[in-house]
Design a binder for this molecule. Structure first.
Ligand code: NAD
Length: 306
């Protein structure tokens, strides 16, 4: 299959692009390298070095005429979305439309979209949150991800374009960027390996659902081959709080750094954990990697880099 992986120089997209190349697909990557890195790009993939919002990107997509777009390019920082909602909407919503239109006209059949199970439900009323839970995002990033899903639904209804919105929980693993605010596991690894302290916001009892990147890759392989169209959670169904996460990373890394509690962040969701039964049903997918094993691979990656 001819596949365009947007954001394929980034953390999650690059692992997916590698798996698609390994499976024998023809892969091009559309990425402006704003947070991605050239060295993440698989040797067998071609780089289309453009911003998703640009005319050049629209032309390159039309010329490449992908059968499938796997869309991972995004502004993915919740805090940035709060500070600059227009920028978030520009990249995440208009960027998607800018490439969907030419691709559709050039014969696109299917879109796999990196959505966010951590934000589209807002503060979920039911935990673990199923896909049928009300969607009331409480940050612009969650709104832009949900709006993108609505556009994909529209394209399906009007143009028969299949899609799968993969609603990821908190993804972690090798290559995650420890700079900035996302990726608490990457930040803990990097700081503790450098004998630096880490910050825990508030009491640290806020919970998230941490899914390993190679499990996310398997979901993207399954979604490529399935007939399913719609939204599906990709997570573990297990809740871990930040204090526990710190203790687990510290156990593997050791070092002199300790945890310092600092003021809680405004607008942070208290608990998030996702129901994964639908993924088993519609994609034949279930998470395989225990947090303990995923943390070992992640710590090893950061250790060899430090
Ligand atoms: P990342 O920052 O490593 O990857 C994003 C990639 O998109 C980078 O390579 C970046 O250079 C590229 N990019 C950004 N803006 C672009 C633009 N305007 N034009 C072209 N390329 C652009 O982040 P990631 O963690 O790998 O996230 C990938 C996707 O998964 C994003 O859509 C994100 O919203 C989604 N997601 C991530 C998580 C997570 O826990 N990391 C959870 C839910 C959803």
């Amino acid at each position: 299959m001819r596949i365009l992986v947007t954001g394929g120089a980034g953390f999650i997209g690059s692992h997916i692009a590698q798996a698609y190349c390994d499976a024998g697909h023809e892969v091009a990557i559309l990425d402006n390298l704003s947070s991605g890195h050239r060295e993440n790009i698989p040797a067998a993939a071609t780089l289309l070095h453009h911003d998703v919002r640009s005319n050049e990107a629209a032309e390159a997509v039309r010329d490449y005429a992908p059968e499938v777009i796997n869309h991972h390019a995004a502004q993915m920082n919740v805090r940035v979305s709060v500070d600059d909602p227009s920028f978030d909407a520009d990249v995440n919503i208009l960027g998607l439309l800018n490439i969907l239109e030419p691709a559709r006209k050039a014969g696109l059949r299917r879109v796999l979209f990196a959505s966010s199970g951590g934000t589209v439900y807002g503060e979920p009323e039911t935990l673990p949150a199923p896909e049928t839970a009300p969607t009331h995002p409480v940050c612009p990033y969650g709104i832009s991800k949900l709006t993108s899903e609505h556009y994909l639904y529209y394209y399906r209804r009007i143009f028969g374009l299949d899609y799968v919105a993969l609603r990821y929980a908190n993804v972690y693993g090798p290559r995650q960027d420890p700079h900035g605010e996302a990726g608490v596991i990457a930040i803990f690894c990097q700081n503790l390996l450098a004998d630096k302290d880490v910050s825990i916001f508030g009491d640290g009892l806020q919970t998230r659902d941490y899914v390993f990147v190679q499990d996310v890759v398997r979901a993207n392989l399954a979604a490529l081959d399935s007939e399913f169209t719609g939204a599906v959670n990709i997570a573990t169904g297990r809740e871990t709080n930040v204090v526990e996460l710190y203790e687990r990373v510290k156990e593997h890394v050791g070092g002199k750094g300790t945890a310092q509690h600092v003021a809680a962040k405004d607008g942070e969701v208290r608990r998030n954990v996702l129901d994964v039964s639908k993924a088993q049903e519609v994609l034949g997918w279930a998470p395989r990697t225990e947090l303990a094993d995923g943390l070992v691979s992640t710590v090893d990656f950061f250790r060899t880099r430090s």
